[in-house]
Design a protein around this ligand. Structure first.
Ligand code: BJ8
Length: 422
């Protein structure tokens, strides 16, 4: 409507290109989401949030800014949301999952850069993302080489604060990470003009853990056969967790889980019992990257888990809530984030344990490993994950792709062939 257009204009979006993006997104959403059978009642919340992701949610964020709150945008689950929340700031994810702006992005980063990086740079250059334009601070991090170097370039168009994420899990690495957590806390205090007290941080930890607990509950319920929720909807829930207000999100997802529980009690699901169950593992799928789930669930399988940062890697570990002093809570936050098993770490054997454990927990018949083209860390680990799963008797299909739709038919053929062997 016109109020939204006025808001987008103020944010300096390219209105025409943005209209085009929303039209494509709407079409996609209709084809991939609204066409599903046996959808949950709780999916109305997902449809609403997605339809208003650039509308009402941005309006809320602008209202928060008008009331003096700051907005912090990040690209990685290493940026501690607890600290953002403790300063009464809004924490949003900026990763992007669409091809828009790729040509522009290739003027700033090499062509052989993964689609996720090209997408966020492209969204900025093409003036398409109201979240980037609403951010008072953008936080990058030293994870993979692609991102590290991309933030240097990105910094020229959007000032970017970079956190140094260590590459190992040694004691020295933990010390480095703790000092980075403290440096982030100081930066957030400077940005917001607020002092982060023990009480405020405790509240931030409680809110972030609440969100994780709701997602953990969802993960556990997906072990049921028949699967009570589609992989597409579960992925969307994980994607929305980066955009919506965390307290509202937690309440809505817990309601949705109540609905799942009664479905399971009634023996109902989105696909008949015995439908092949697949788990995805690998790179994050940022909104609106629904390509692979759409292909997989179109091939007669159902997705029952996502081992990725837009999935269990972001919800598996809680921050210990027993700390009372600021120092104790900072230590608890440091330790929780050091458990993240991103492929950027070396060695990263705990990921192999986590993948095999999750595959068992959600009763997956097979795993599809998903790497974005040109993603070194996850492409390498695909080989290790395959071996680890083989040892457990779980078959795996390795897929490398990007955001383009050109390989959809080829992916279908491969996934269908894999599903037939299960
Ligand atoms: S903690 S997974 S969110 S870095 S796909 S940009 S790795 S070349 S996204 Fe990630 Fe944080 Fe790790 Fe998670 Fe590089 Fe690979 Fe691209 Fe990637």
């Amino acid at each position: 409507d016109s109020a939204h257009r006025e808001m987008w204009e103020k944010l300096n979006l390219d209105l025409e290109a943005h209209d085009g993006l929303l039209a494509v997104l709407g079409q996609f959403y209709g084809d991939i989401y609204l066409s599903q059978d046996n959808r949950l009642k709780g999916a109305e919340y997902l449809d609403f949030v997605l339809s208003e992701v650039h509308g009402l949610r941005i309006k809320e964020i602008q209202d928060a800014r008008d009331a003096g709150r700051k907005v912090i945008g990040s690209f990685c689950v290493f940026v501690p949301e607890e600290i953002t929340l403790a300063a009464d700031a809004v924490h949003v994810g900026l990763c992007a999952g669409a091809e828009a702006g790729t040509d522009l992005a290739e003027q700033m980063v090499p062509r052989n850069t993964c689609a996720l990086i090209k997408s966020f740079i492209g969204f900025k250059l093409a003036r398409l993302c109201p979240f980037i334009e609403s951010s008072d601070m953008i936080v990058g991090e030293t994870t993979c080489d692609g991102k590290k170097k991309a933030y240097e370039a990105f910094n020229e168009i959007a000032p970017t604060y970079v956190m140094e994420v260590p590459q190992t899990k040694t004691q020295a690495a933990r010390e480095l990470w703790k000092s980075e957590v403290l440096r982030y806390l100081a930066e957030v205090e400077k940005l917001t003009g607020k002092t982060i007290t023990a009480e405020k941080l405790k509240e931030g930890i409680r809110i972030a853990n609440g969100k994780r607990r709701a997602l953990q509950r969802l993960t556990a319920l997906r072990a049921a056969d028949p699967a009570p929720i589609s992989g597409r909807d579960a992925l969307l829930i994980n994607q929305i967790s980066f955009y919506d207000d965390p307290v509202r999100f937690t309440a809505k997802i817990n309601e949705l889980c109540d609905e799942l529980e009664s479905r399971i009690a009634d023996g109902k699901g989105v696909a008949p019992a015995g439908t092949p169950r697949l788990m995805l593992s690998g790179c994050p799928m940022a909104v609106p990257n629904w390509k692979l789930p759409y292909v997989v669930e179109g091939a007669g399988a159902v997705i029952v888990g996502e081992e990725s940062c837009i999935g269990t890697r972001n919800s598996r570990d809680l921050v210990d809530e027993s700390g009372e002093t600021l120092e104790e809570m900072i230590d608890a936050i440091t330790d929780r984030y050091m458990k993240i098993d991103c492929a950027c770490f070396t060695p990263n054997d705990e990921r192999l344990d986590n993948v095999t454990a999750l595959a068992k927990d959600v009763k997956a018949d097979g795993v599809i490993h998903y790497s974005l083209l040109f993603c070194q860390p996850y492409s390498h680990e695909a080989l290790k994950v395959d071996k680890a799963l083989q040892a457990e008797g779980v078959p795996m299909l390795s897929i490398e792709t990007d955001y383009s739709m050109e390989d959809v038919e080829q992916l279908k053929t491969r996934v269908e062939a894999f599903v037939e062997t299960l």
